[in-house]
Ligand binder design. Structure first.
Ligand code: SF4
Length: 62
């Protein structure tokens, strides 16, 4: 699977970085999401949880 995070939609809530800190970070300048590793093993539970918990729906898995 591959992760996409839409920085235009991100509201800097930080749930993704809290849920899956190895894969997501937040930019120092604006707090918006930074994807550290976009390639995700199929069904990765942390990545799925991060996408589910994002309040703005900025994270998509495909
Ligand atoms: S959880 Fe969603 S809104 Fe919050 S920083 Fe991550 S991508 Fe942005």
């Amino acid at each position: 699977m591959r992760i996409d995070a839409d920085r235009e939609v991100c509201t800097s809530a930080g749930m993704c970085a809290l849920t899956d800190p190895g894969r997501f970070d937040q930019a120092e300048a604006d707090g918006r999401v930074v994807v550290l590793d976009a390639e995700v093993p199929e069904g990765d539970p942390a990545a799925l949880a991060a996408a589910e918990r994002c309040p703005s729906g900025a994270i998509t898995l495909r």
